[in-house]
Design a protein around this ligand. Structure first.
Ligand code: CS2
Length: 489
């Protein structure tokens, strides 16, 4: 079977590019070319290129390993995007020019970002990839930030690369690019701007920070598309849909959403032609999505993992658990302000998306990196709900599910290491301590940004302890049934 490529003959049910991608040059360098970027930024950009053309193809960068380059470069950047809803649709994407990947390729990435044609540097490196503390400051203890602060001339992390590329552009008298963060952080653009300026201030003379502040823009964005990790079935489907072998295929849901602050220093593709919404302030959209979709996701991931549900759709197939998802969506919606959107309808649509039987979205995948995700998904709305006197029980259940997940033991009684950049601190916090009150106190001490004092003590703390105690003693399945019978208090 031949590999998919720019010269592969079109076959199968997939739609092939209706334009000639190779006629256009790259205008975007994307850092963190995972499945999500391939299902989102590249999907929008590919469709705009097909309508309007333009030098907006994307150079992908993935510095963690070489696998993405090995998959995509032999395919000339082509891959098939499979949308799974009531029907299956597949499209071969032509917007990706090539990929720079592997830990030794940082200087190539820097060169690509420093070229005149690069007008946007977009990013999906997950919450933990930046080196930004939850208050928005530069996290100097983050491994990539620390390494780049020591050697700013040879950066390999996101912030170090952006600063070095902007320094090179200034020296070459080239315009600054737009920095477009597409990760699930609140105020992602604003925070990245602050961290970039702090880094530039600490490393470069001649007021580079001032030049960046004056010339580069950092629009915040809200991105949404549920994109599970690809599996063997994805690759088999890709082969069937394209008639070619494609080892970079991605599966995703039909829904997609992108809300962007319209603040681009060097132009942009007309993504609005494909439904992207350009607004002045993304804040309220971001709150809606992070608190409702992602908050409910985190809650159902931990409670799902503890009740034997491998996929989000399995949670939704359990009527009691689905009640808790809807309850969470409602409590989260009560904390969202400033949007003329029907949040009940949004919640109903989310529950439907979670139920999609064709999407195998693993609860284990969502459960990763809790310390990076929970502050904006659960802690912030819980604090506001507490202050407003609105229902907090769903937030307490979500957090106690997380702590119970951290406290899982293997067959020998040792704590199971979770996938989280703060795993060492979490293991230390749960070791040898099994009662709810002590667990909560040690986790609160280790992660005050997830569990601040106002939430580990007082009425909320008592609720949390009661909920965690019930999960530890009776098991998650029993607690889900009990919780579902109660109304949110
Ligand atoms: C999920 C998100 O893995 C997770 O934590 O909540 O990746 C979610 O699927 C996306 O944000 C949907 O847009």
């Amino acid at each position: 079977m031949n590999r998919l490529s720019a010269t592969a003959f079109s076959a199968g049910a997939a739609v092939w590019p209706r334009y000639r991608p190779e006629e256009y040059r790259a205008g975007i360098v994307h850092l963190g070319l995972g499945n999500f970027a391939r299902a989102h930024l590249l999907d929008y950009t590919d469709k705009v290129l097909a309508r309007r053309g333009g030098d907006w193809r994307v150079i992908g960068v993935s510095l963690r390993g070489t696998a993405v380059a090995e998959a995509l470069n032999p395919q000339d950047g082509r891959y098939v995007l499979i949308e799974r809803g009531l029907e299956t649709h597949a499209r071969v994407i032509g917007a990706l020019k090539h990929v720079i990947a592997g830990p030794r390729m940082a200087s190539c990435a820097l060169a690509a970002m420093s070229r005149p044609g690069c007008r946007i540097v977009s990013i999906t490196v997950t919450e933990k990839g930046y080196g930004i503390a939850s208050d928005g400051a530069l996290d100097r203890t983050h491994p990539a930030v620390a390494a780049d602060l020591a050697h700013p001339e040879a950066p390999a992390g996101v912030i170090g690369l952006i600063v070095a590329a902007l320094a090179a552009r200034r020296a070459a008298r080239l315009p600054a690019f737009t920095v477009l963060s597409c990760d699930n952080l609140s105020h992602n653009g604003q925070k990245l701007r602050r961290a970039v300026l702090e880094f530039a201030d600490a490393t470069y003379p001649h007021d580079l920070a001032g030049w960046i502040a004056a010339h580069a823009t950092f629009p915040s964005t809200m991105v949404d598309r549920i994109t599970p990790a690809a599996t063997r079935d994805t690759l088999a489907a890709a082969q069937q849909l394209t008639g070619h072998e494609d080892i970079a295929a991605v599966e995703t849901e039909p829904f997609r959403q992108w809300v962007i602050e319209d603040d681009f220093s060097a132009g942009r593709p007309e993504w609005e032609l494909e439904g992207a919404l350009f607004v002045r302030d993304v804040g309220p959209y971001e709150q809606m999505k992070l608190r409702m979709l992602n908050g409910a996701h985190s809650m159902l991931a931990y409670s799902g993992q503890l009740s034997g549900k491998a996929y989000v759709r399995d949670v939704m197939a359990d009527p009691a658990h689905a009640v808790l998802v809807r309850r969470h969506l409602k409590a989260a919606a009560a904390t969202v302000r400033g949007l003329a959107i029907d949040l009940d309808a949004y919640a109903t649509a989310l529950a439907e998306r979670f139920t999609n039987p064709s999407i195998a979205h693993a609860t284990a995948q969502i459960a990763m990196d809790g310390t990076q995700k929970l502050p904006q998904r659960i802690t912030a709305p819980a604090m506001e709900a507490m202050e407003a006197g609105s229902p907090v029980r769903p937030f307490a259940f979500a957090l106690s599910s997380w702590v119970a997940y951290l406290a899982r033991r293997d067959a020998c009684g040792a704590p199971i290491r979770v996938d989280d950049p703060r795993a060492d601190a979490l293991i230390a916090a749960v070791s040898g301590r099994r009662d709810a009150a002590t667990l909560l106190a040690t986790i609160a001490a280790a992660c005050p940004d997830v569990l601040p004092e106002a939430m580990s003590t007082g009425a909320f703390g008592a609720r949390l302890e009661e909920s965690l105690d019930a999960i530890l003693r009776e098991g998650m399945t029993a607690v889900i049934t009990q919780e579902a019978m109660l109304d949110a208090e």
